[in-house]
Design a protein around this ligand. Sequence first.
Ligand code: C2E
Ligand code: CA
Ligand code: CA
Ligand code: CA
Length: 278
Amino acid sequence: AKAAGRNNYQFFVAAMNERANERLKLESALRRAVAERQLLLHYQPQIDTRSGRPIGCEALVRWQHPERGLVPPAQFIPIAEDSGMIVPIGEWVLREACRQQAEWNAAGLRDLTVAINISALQFQRADFPDVVARILDETGADPSMIELEITESALMNPGSEQLERLNRLIERGLTLALDDFGTGYSCLAYLKRLPLSRIKIDRSFVADLPGDTEDAAVVAAALSLARDLGMDVVAEGVETPGQRAFLVERNCTLMQGYLFSRPLDAGSFEAWIRGLGH
Ligand code: C2E
Ligand code: CA
Ligand code: CA
Ligand code: CA
């Protein structure tokens, strides 16, 4: 039994080492990914179901790894956040999404908001509004068509510096959305102090609609809060007509999800839009 225990222990150590190695390998590969142009953005349409028209899209980062293929963000964003690499990666995402907005604008695809995910680590930096302003200048993007998605956890208990940072972004003409609403377990009283124009209901609360009564309650709460604060609401991860009907019935008409489209590369997104007769 003792020997078996030792073997188990050795197996455990070996498995842990392997995981640590794998992570180190990914980390050093990720370090090269920006310089070697292996990152790309996909764009997922956001629909106003009242008109059936797209109001914009969310930019979602992908990593085209030379051997591993297309790596989803769940596999590298956490590593990027732990190592601080999310800062240069996030800056690349901002620049690329802004460049794409300017290109679409020039090609006649106007009135499409491009929403960009901002990590808490990026937003915490005092120079974040300067970085954004510089990228807007460099790319010629229309700031009123750029929305920054900031997670509920990044905005929890904001201090005066953070509020000032948010206001500087607003003054530059951007709009702000609260991402992953409902996942932060936070007191929501602070929300009324934030200059947000939109709330995004997390996919985890949409998945089990219309059957799950707790999730239905969270969605109803988000909608009434948003209404009181004069914000609009986008429901994420809408996959079924049943979910759509539930949301529409409650006057939540802005949606994003596989029911409408998966995230698409820039060319396919443009073709998708033009296919709708935009
Ligand atoms: P998120 O911000 O909540 O983005 C929405 C995620 O839900 C995307 O996953 C999208 O593909 C997925 N999704 C959309 N509709 C549906 C649906 O109907 N069903 C299902 N099952 N999934 C749906 P993705 O692209 O894998 O991104 C995962 C997360 O990675 C994002 O969650 C976001 O937190 C993070 N992420 C992605 N791109 C960036 C980025 O550029 N910067 C940062 N900081 N984080 C990013
Ligand atoms: Ca998001
Ligand atoms: Ca989410
Ligand atoms: Ca549930």
